[in-house]
Design a protein around this ligand. Structure first.
Ligand code: 9MJ
Length: 676
C-alpha cells in the first residue's frame, strides 16, 4: 500500500476521510463506496504507524483513546447550560404565549404574532461541545448547569460529531449545546445482545445514552450506537452576526454539526399546536425517543429582551407529550388465547390514564416474564403505553406490596376449550393445541381473515365475529359466504340495512388477489411480505399448496422455520377443506403473469417510499416495486431515482426536493404496479 509521502499529503487525507465520514454519517449521502473508504482509512493507519509524529487529533483514527480514565473531571461551562420550563397542556402553552406578548408589550414592543423555532424535545442527555479554532476541544455534561463533567474521551467516539468543523471563518471558540440520544433500533439491538451475554440491559434509550456516556473507558462508549443533535449555542467568540435562533441552527448545519430535520420555524399559537400534534403522530415512527415539542422565540433581540428566570429562559418552553407511564394496581391476572393458540397472561388494572388514554389491561407476555418481574395480584406497578402498542407492566413498586398479595399460577388447561396446554421446546409461551377447534382461535382466525390487509371485509368487526361464532352461524371463514340477511339481522345491534351492507362487503371480498388470500389464511409466520413472495414466486395457489419444504427454503427470505409452518398448514386436511370451500364459494383473483427478469420495467431503479399510502400497505408497495425490478431503500440520496410520497410525508420528501429527486404520488405507484 502506498503511504502518504509528505505531512501535507497526510493532512489532506485526514480532511478527505473526514469529508466522507460527514457525507456518510451526517448527510446519509455517501460519495464513495464503503470499500473505497476502508482503503483510504488503511492508508491513513499505515502512514500514522510510520510517522507517529504527524498524527493529528482530528484524524478519524483518534476517536477512541487507548487508556481509560481514572475519574471524571469537572468543567466550568462558558455560559450556563439552561433547562426548559415545561407546559403539560394546551392551557399552559397558551398562557406561555400570552405571557410573552404581555412582557414584550411592557418592554415597549407591541406584537400580535410571534415566530418560534420549533424543535422536537429529545429525550437523552444534554451535552455541550467546545470547539477551539474548529477543533473539538471538549465535551461536557450539563451537571448543575454551571459545572459539568468532562466526557471528551467518550464524545470523540460519536461518529456524527465532527472532530474538525467544516467550512471557513470558524470562530476561535464555539460552544454548541445539544442532546445525545441512542436510536431506538440500536437500543433494541444493544439490549438483545446484552441479554444474550448475560449483561445488564437498559430500561429505555435515555438511560442507555446516559449510561454509555458515563463510562471511563471510551472503548465501551465507541461500541454504543449514539447520536447527537444540536439545538443551540452557548458561546461564540467572536460573536456571530445572527438575528435569529433558526439562523444559528442553519449555520451549525454548514459546520457539519447534526441538526434534526424536524427543527423548523413557525408563527402564532395555532401553528405551535399543529406542530405539537404532528410530532405526536410521527413519534412512534421516529427512530429516536422524543418527549415533547420545544418552542423558542426565534428573534434574538426579543430573546434578550425577555431574559431568564433562574435556570430557564423566559423565551422558550417544552410542551411535553402526555406521560407514557403511570402507576396503578393489579386487581387480577387472567389469560388470553391468541390466534395461534398462544396463552398470554394479562393484568387487569385499576383504570388509569396513560398517554391520554384510559388503560385497564396490560400484557404480561408469558410466565417467565411474570417471574422475572415478580408481578403479583395486588401489586402497585408502573404501566407503560407507547403509541398503539399494547400497554405493558414496566416494574413493580415492591415497597407498596400489600401483605395479601397473591402469586399467579398459569393454568394447565385452555380457559376457552379446556384442552391440556403444552410448552414447545424453543418457546417461552404455553400453547393450546386445539387449533381451529378452540373457539378462541377460531374467532381470531376469522377476524384476521376479514381484516383490512387480508380479505378486507368492511364492517365485519371483532364483536360481530364473536356473535356469529357464539350463535353457531359460522364455523370457518368459508361459512361467511353462506350467511343470509335474516341470520345477520337477528344479531344484536344489527338491523336489515346493516345486514345487507355486511353481505355486500362479503360479496365484494370474493374478488381479491392471491397474496391477500394467502395472507388471509393466517398461516403461522406468514405475514404480508411472505405471502407476496409465495404468490409472486410460485404464481398459483396449487403450486403453493404442493411445494416441498426444501424448495420453499430456496425462495427469498424463507427460512427453515417459515418453510415448516407452511408445510404444516397445507398438510392439515381441515385447512385444505376450508380452502376448497372458499374457492367453491366464488373467491377468485387475477392470474399472476410470468415475466422475463431482465426486462423488468423498473430494473436498476432506486425508489424510496415515504408517507401514508391509502390503497395498499407499505410492505405491499415495497414487494410490488421489487417485483418490477426496483431497489427500495430507506433513505434519500442523490442516487435515488424516485421518491413515492404518500400523505403526511415528512423529512424524506423535503430531502428529495432539496436534492432535486423526482417525487411521484400513489397514483404513479399504482400505475407501475398494474403495468405487468
Ligand atoms: C431538547 N432537549 O431537545 C433545548 N432541547 O434549549 C431542545 N433542549 C434547550 N432545546 C435551551 N430542543 C435549553 C435547553
Amino acid at each position: 500500500m502506498d503511504l502518504c509521502r509528505s505531512k501535507k499529503d497526510y493532512l489532506d487525507l485526514v480532511d478527505t476521510l473526514n469529508h466522507h465520514a460527514q457525507k456518510y454519517y451526517l448527510l446519509d449521502d455517501p460519495e464513495i463506496a464503503d470499500a473505497e473508504y476502508d482503503q483510504l482509512y488503511q492508508r491513513l493507519l499505515t502512514t500514522e504507524q510510520k510517522h507517529p509524529d504527524w498524527v493529528t487529533d482530528v484524524s478519524p483514527s483518534q476517536r477512541v483513546a487507548d487508556e481509560p480514565l481514572d475519574a471524571f473531571t469537572q468543567v466550568q461551562h462558558a455560559t450556563p447550560m439552561l433547562s426548559l420550563n415545561n407546559a403539560f397542556d394546551e392551557a399552559a402553552m397558551t398562557a406561555f404565549y400570552q405571557r410573552l406578548l404581555k412582557r414584550l408589550q411592557q418592554d415597549g414592543i407591541a406584537m400580535d404574532t410571534l415566530t418560534f423555532s420549533a424543535e422536537p424535545k429529545f429525550d437523552g442527555l444534554a451535552l455541550s461541545l467546545r470547539y477551539e479554532h474548529g477543533r473539538l476541544a471538549q465535551g461536557a455534561t450539563r451537571g448543575d448547569g454551571q459545572t459539568g463533567e468532562d466526557i471528551t474521551h467518550n464524545v470523540r467516539t460519536i461518529t456524527s460529531i465532527p472532530l474538525q468543523l467544516a467550512g471557513e471563518d470558524l470562530p476561535d471558540v464555539l460552544e454548541i449545546r445539544g442532546e445525545v440520544v441512542m436510536p431506538k433500533d440500536g437500543f433494541k439491538q444493544y439490549n438483545q445482545a446484552a441479554e444474550q451475554r448475560g449483561d445488564k440491559t437498559f430500561a429505555n434509550p435515555r438511560n442507555a445514552a446516559a449510561g454509555s456516556l458515563r463510562q471511563l473507558d471510551p472503548k465501551i462508549t465507541a461500541q454504543r450506537p449514539l447520536q447527537f443533535f444540536a439545538y443551540g449555542i452557548g458561546l461564540s467568540e467572536p460573536q456571530g452576526t445572527f438575528s435569529s435562533h433558526s439562523e444559528i441552527l442553519n449555520w451549525l448545519k454548514t459546520l457539519a454539526i447534526p441538526v434534526n430535520d424536524l427543527c423548523t420555524t413557525l408563527s402564532g399559537l395555532n401553528a405551535c399546536f399543529e406542530y405539537y400534534q404532528t410530532l405526536i403522530e410521527k413519534r412512534d415512527a421516529l427512530n429516536i425517543d422524543i418527549d415533547g415539542a420545544v418552542f423558542k422565540v426565534d428573534d434574538l433581540t426579543l430573546q434578550q429582551s425577555l431574559g431568564f428566570i433562574t435556570k430557564a429562559p423566559r423565551w422558550a418552553i417544552a410542551y411535553k407529550f402526555p406521560a407514557e407511564e403511570a402507576t396503578t394496581i393489579i386487581e387480577n391476572i387472567d389469560v388470553q388465547v391468541g390466534r395461534t393458540g398462544s396463552i398470554t397472561p394479562v393484568a387487569r388494572l385499576k383504570p388509569v390514564t396513560v398517554g391520554g388514554v384510559t388503560v385497564t389491561n396490560a400484557t404480561l407476555h408469558n410466565e417467565d416474564e411474570i417471574k422475572r418481574k415478580d408481578v403479583r395480584i395486588g401489586d402497585t406497578v408502573f404501566v407503560r403505553r407507547a403509541g398503539d402498542v399494547i400497554p405493558e407492566i414496566v416494574k413493580v413498586v415492591v415497597q407498596k406490596r400489600p401483605e395479601n398479595s397473591q402469586e399467579f399460577v398459569m393454568p394447565s388447561q385452555c380457559p376457552v376449550c379446556g384442552s391440556e396446554l403444552y410448552k414447545p421446546e424453543d418457546e417461552a409461551v404455553l400453547r393450546c393445541p386445539a387449533g381451529l377447534s378452540c373457539d378462541a382461535q377460531k374467532k381470531h382466525s376469522i377476524k384476521h381473515f376479514a381484516s383490512r390487509k387480508a380479505m378486507d371485509i368492511d364492517g365485519l368487526g371483532d364483536k360481530l365475529v364473536d356473535q356469529l361464532i357464539d350463535a353457531g352461524l359460522i364455523d370457518t371463514a368459508a361459512d361467511l359466504y353462506q350467511l343470509t340477511e335474516s341470520q345477520i339481522s337477528g344479531l344484536e345491534r344489527m338491523g336489515q340495512k346493516s345486514a345487507q351492507n355486511l353481505l355486500n362487503a362479503i360479496t365484494h371480498s370474493k374478488k381479491t388477489t392471491l397474496p391477500r388470500f394467502i395472507y388471509a389464511l393466517g398461516i403461522r409466520e406468514v405475514g404480508e411480505a411472505t405471502a407476496l413472495t409465495l404468490a409472486n414466486e410460485l404464481k398459483t395457489l396449487q403450486a403453493i399448496q404442493n411445494i416441498g419444504r426444501d424448495e420453499l427454503q430456496q425462495l427469498p427470505d424463507i427460512g427453515p422455520v417459515v418453510a415448516q409452518k407452511i408445510r404444516v398448514y397445507f398438510n392439515n386436511e381441515a385447512n385444505n377443506k376450508t380452502i376448497k370451500a372458499l374457492l367453491d364459494n366464488g373467491i377468485h383473483w387475477p392470474a399472476i403473469k410470468s415475466i422475463d427478469q431482465d426486462r423488468l420495467p423498473l430494473k436498476d431503479t432506486i425508489i424510496v417510499l415515504t408517507g401514508k399510502l391509502s390503497q395498499l400497505t407499505r410492505s405491499e408497495a415495497k414487494q410490488g416495486l421489487q417485483n418490477l425490478g426496483a431497489q427500495v431503500t430507506g433513505s434519500v440520496s442523490k442516487n435515488t431515482d424516485y421518491v413515492v410520497a404518500g400523505t403526511d410525508a415528512g423529512s424524506k420528501l423535503s430531502q428529495a426536493e432539496s436534492l432535486g429527486v423526482t417525487v411521484v404520488d400513489e397514483d404513479w405507484l399504482l400505475k407501475q404496479l398494474n403495468s405487468l
